[in-house]
Design a protein around this ligand. Structure first.
Ligand code: ATP
Ligand code: MG
Length: 582
């Protein structure tokens, strides 16, 4: 095995934090000389970063191979024609980068490959006997993100592992979906990530059943809710079951509420909790018909759910409200203009009496009775779930967290196979569209997520499984006729044992070497100095905890070999050489 010689490497570390790098992962990958920015959302991986990237990719590919998916490589540039067939040439929007060749033919830079793979297999897979088929690639993608930021977290060019499966039956798809979910869980574990599998919304890509794998991180872009029972959901998609409290009255009563416009003002005015008040939001459907949503006072309307309940839903502007005869700040279900549709959040079923607007400036109703004083046209899950709401699985209060979406699995159904005419001959002799699944892992984003979870104020603390090398040998005085040869000998010994080793053979001061070793994040450092050597000792330091220990030079290689073997066997997601310090 080669020894990484830091004196020869292209690893330009930086002492200062680069400007405009807010996230730790962005800052540290730049500072540790692992990558450089070339333009907005475009990065070069330098040698150390490339080593990490290769390991992350290796874990991903290995887990895919283990579940029987086969690796292929599709072109990065894709013909526009197939995107017209699926309808996504028009639907995808400006994130899709379009180019025209010298003959005037249009192409796009691949943001994902459902179209391409569907166009491939429709000519090759003809019979149910060839199914299921499962293909994947690990490749650069391009999405012209409106706001590329946070380094590798949201870049424009990034590495993705994308897999696609083709099935004759839903059961077969479900099996592959489940196996892939398990493989994704193992990938996260092996990368040392703390993660949750969350229920998600399928967004742009289509289909219904989907799960996102979120690495938990303080600065993750996604908000999630999760429970000790194992339930977790994207807050944008999770079901909202919340506490509402009945403010009981003998009958409906109209109350003068001067100056009261918000739920907080109403709750304070009435001296009741905001969970007893009902919030109204007015909008229109795709045809311009007026709809009013009613939700518990302490929650917000979720856009995705609003659109699911009412196709094309848009909130009314203040002017539109006036034109529709609605009173901002005092809307209610009693006495709305004729023809207004009332849709209420399912949680409100638990309070048959509402404290709510009276459709008159400065007035509210209390004790407005559902089914007697007013009717509801439809019920739906409408609210954005938040921490403290009830777990849909076990009923306990949900916790909140933020997450980085590192991967996602989808059941696509027949969306692409139908629109693109990709069919096979089934057992019963009829032509049917393939039932499809697709599965994506953000390889470069995973690398950033690992750094988000594994760093401290001095730099990165790579888990053993993805570290640029496992051990760094640091001779404190290069050129010294005892220290230098001892360091070289140890490095060679470790390399011969199959351990990835770097040696800091630069003629730098000890302080610079220590700082760089911590910044780069080698899991284990072996420091060799004159004083220690005089007693036959070297110092080993565990990067993650900072623990240090003197070990005899003669024993250190064997000790490292043993810990390396034990820890790698244990999965080595996070634990790295811990046994040396136990
Ligand atoms: P997001 O919601 O974060 O924009 P997405 O859901 O659109 O991502 P997918 O189509 O599911 O992304 O792509 C699969 C994976 O590719 C994602 O889970 C993510 O890890 C990664 N990915 C997507 N967009 C980017 C990006 N701009 N930069 C880096 N990785 C990305
Ligand atoms: Mg996604």
């Amino acid at each position: 095995m080669n020894i990484l010689r830091m004196s020869k490497m292209y690893m330009p570390t930086l002492k200062e934090d680069p400007a405009d790098a807010e996230l730790a992962s962005h800052r540290l990958l730049l500072r540790a000389g692992m990558m450089r920015k070339n333009a907005a959302g475009l990065y070069t991986f330098l040698p150390l970063g490339m080593r990490v990237l290769n390991k992350v990719e290796g874990i991903v590919n290995e887990e895919m191979d283990n579940i029987g998916a086969e690796q292929i490589l599709m072109p990065f540039v894709q013909p526009a024609e197939i995107w017209h067939e699926s309808g996504r040439w028009d639907d995808y929007g400006p994130e899709l980068a379009r180019v025209t060749d010298r003959h005037g033919v249009e192409y796009c830079l691949g943001p994902t490959h459902e179209e391409l793979i569907t166009s491939l297999v429709r000519n090759e897979l003809r019979s149910y006997k060839q199914l299921p088929a499962y293909l994947y690639q690990t490749q650069v993608k391009f999405r012209d993100e409106i706001r590329p930021r946070f380094g590798l977290m949201r870049s424009r060019e990034f590495m993705m592992k994308d897999g696609y499966s083709f099935h004759a039956t839903q059961e077969s798809l479900q099996q592959t979906y489940d196996e892939t979910s398990e493989a994704y869980a193992r990938m996260c574990d092996r990368m040392g990530l703390e993660w949750r599998a969350v229920e998600a919304d399928s967004g742009q890509i289509g289909g219904k059943v989907t799960t996102e794998f979120m690495a938990l991180a303080e600065y993750g872009e996604a908000e999630i809710v999760h429970c000790t029972c194992g339930y977790a959901a994207d807050a944008e998609a999770g079901e909202c079951i919340c506490e509402v409290t009945q403010y009981e009255r003998d009958a409906m009563e109209k109350i003068s509420t001067p100056g009261v416009h918000t739920i907080e003002e109403l709750a304070e005015f009435l001296g009741i909790p905001n969970t007893s008040c009902v919030k109204a939001l007015s909008g229109k459907d795709a045809d311009g018909n007026i709809v009013v949503f009613f939700i518990p006072g302490n929650h917000e309307l979720n856009d995705i759910k609003a659109n699911r309940a009412v196709a094309g839903f848009e909130l009314l502007t203040d002017d539109e409200m006036v034109n529709a005869g609605l009173f901002k700040g005092s809307m209610g279900p009693v006495g709305l203009p004729a023809g207004t549709r009332i849709i209420a959040d399912v949680n409100l079923k638990d309070i048959p009496q509402w404290a709510v607007g009276a459709n008159e400036d400065g007035f509210h109703y209390v004790g407005a009775r559902l089914g007697e004083d007013f009717q509801v046209d439809g019920w739906a899950d409408l609210c954005q779930v938040k921490p403290g709401d009830k777990c849909p699985q076990c009923g306990l209060p949900l916790d909140g967290a933020r997450g980085i979406e590192v991967s996602q699995v989808f059941q696509l159904g027949t969306k692409y196979s139908e629109s693109m005419g990709a069919t096979f001959m089934d057992e019963d002799g009829t032509e049917k569209p393939f039932i499809m699944g697709c599965y994506g892992v953000g390889v470069t984003r995973s690398m950033a997520a690992i750094v988000e979870q594994h760093h401290d104020e001095n730099g990165i603390c790579w888990p053993l499984s993805v570290a640029p090398a496992h051990v760094c040998v640091i001779p404190l005085t290069v050129g010294d006729d005892v220290v230098q040869p001892a360091a070289e000998k140890l490095a060679k010994e470790l390399a011969d044992l199959g351990i990835e080793v770097a040696i800091d053979d630069r003629s730098e001061r000890a302080g610079v070497k220590f700082a760089d070793a911590d910044l780069i994040g080698w899991p284990l450092q072996v420091v060799i100095g004159k004083r220690g050597l005089a007693e036959g000792n070297v110092e080993v330091k565990l990067r993650r905890t900072g623990q240090k220990r003197d070990v005899s030079l003669d024993a250190v290689a064997e000790m490292i070999r043993f810990a390396h073997r034990v820890d790698f066997k244990a999965g080595a997601g996070y634990g790295a050489f811990d046994s040396i310090f136990e």
